[in-house]
Design a protein around this ligand. Structure first.
Ligand SMILES: Nc1ncnc2c1ncn2[C@@H]1O[C@H](COP(=O)(O)OP(=O)(O)OP(=O)(O)O)[C@@H](O)[C@H]1O
Ligand SMILES: [Mg+2]
Length: 298
């Protein structure tokens, strides 16, 4: 097994998400292509990048981990490669040497990590089909098939509306693994402290209140797009610097109130039933007031 070394390793950069980690590991062990699916900011990219740190080293040489950022501008040449005109002159236009291999060949015998796969065009999806199935790519006038034997790890945010739907033939080549928001307040607190900057004292009780407030918003029926872990990290960092600028030595509730809208309001979307009655800024402010009145910040 190519990824046998993963058997007793953990994806340590991701806290919680044990099921997801197990699925990812089993996909790698069986060398199956996988797409991590989930809302923004829940650790999809971080998890995939963690794989890069654990790539096996057969015969002492690190197996490749090649990253591609999905975008509408990505071309099939970026993925497959193209002819190098200087080498074409030297070796002849259809010689194998004239071809500069693109990302999918660089990933041969390793991992192709395709971040935000649904942000690239259908044409590009099609360019990947043969490689995903046959682990080879046949290129135009070249008589040779090139090896593209990699495990594909993709990420995708199903709520991203600016994207191309993935075709059925494309999706049939993957297993999907769904990621979710941090499962407990304790885990989210650790994530926030690990990923966010600690600048001045943030009383534990106030930090927990911030996270509780965010976690309540995720359960709120009026909210369509939920606040991500990045919102939680924002609610950890911004009150600290706000307190500093206000000459306080530690974070106070006023600091949280002051930055709340800037951190949260654009990160949520209200459901149509309420969106025409209220702006997200007002909604967040009012919900926080209610939360504090009920003793959430005590
Ligand atoms: N379970 C987790 N464990 C550790 N860090 C996490 C976890 N969830 C989120 N984070 C942190 O949240 C931030 C955003 O994570 P990341 O960029 O991996 O999200 P993403 O799912 O790829 O988002 P997007 O869809 O917007 O690209 C990072 O700082 C990451 O460390
Ligand atoms: Mg990402």
């Amino acid at each position: 097994m190519r990824y046998e070394n993963l058997l007793n390793k953990d994806f340590e950069d991701i806290l919680g998400q044990d099921d997801v980690k197990k699925h990812l590991k089993s996909a790698l062990l069986s060398e199956r292509n996988i797409v991590l699916v989930g809302a923004p900011g829940i650790g999809k990219t971080t998890l995939a990048k963690n794989v890069a740190k654990l790539m096996p080293k057969p015969e002492g040489k690190q197996a490749p981990f090649i990253r591609v950022q999905g975008s509408p501008d990505l071309t099939a040449e970026d993925l497959i490669g193209d002819i190098d005109p200087i080498k074409a002159l030297k070796y002849g236009p259809t010689s194998k040497e004239a071809f500069s291999p693109g990302k999918i060949f660089q990933a041969n015998k390793g991992v192709l990590f395709f971040d935000e796969i649904n942000r690239c065009s259908e044409k590009l999806q099609n360019a990947l089909l043969q490689a995903l199935e046959e682990k080879k790519v046949t290129i135009g006038s070249y008589k040779v098939d090139f090896d593209a034997d990699f495990v594909f790890i993709g990420t995708m945010n199903p709520e991203d509306t600016s994207t191309e739907p993935l075709s059925d033939v494309f999706l049939d080549r993957f297993d999907l693994v769904y990621m979710h928001y941090p499962e407990s307040m304790e885990i989210e607190k650790k994530i926030v402290k690990n990923s966010g900057k600690q600048i001045i004292e943030f009383p534990e009780q106030l930090l927990e209140a911030c996270l509780k407030f965010i976690r309540n918003l995720r359960e709120d029926e009026n909210i369509d797009k939920k606040p991500s872990v990045r919102a939680s990290i924002g609610l950890y960092e911004r009150p600290q610097t706000h307190a500093m600028l206000s000459n306080r030595k530690k974070v106070a509730i006023e600091d949280i109130q002051a930055i709340l809208i800037s951190v949260i309001s654009h990160r949520i979307r209200l459901k149509p039933s309420i969106k025409y009655l209220k702006k997200p800024e007002d909604y967040v402010k009012e919900e926080f007031e209610k939360f504090c009145e009920k003793g959430g910040c005590l």
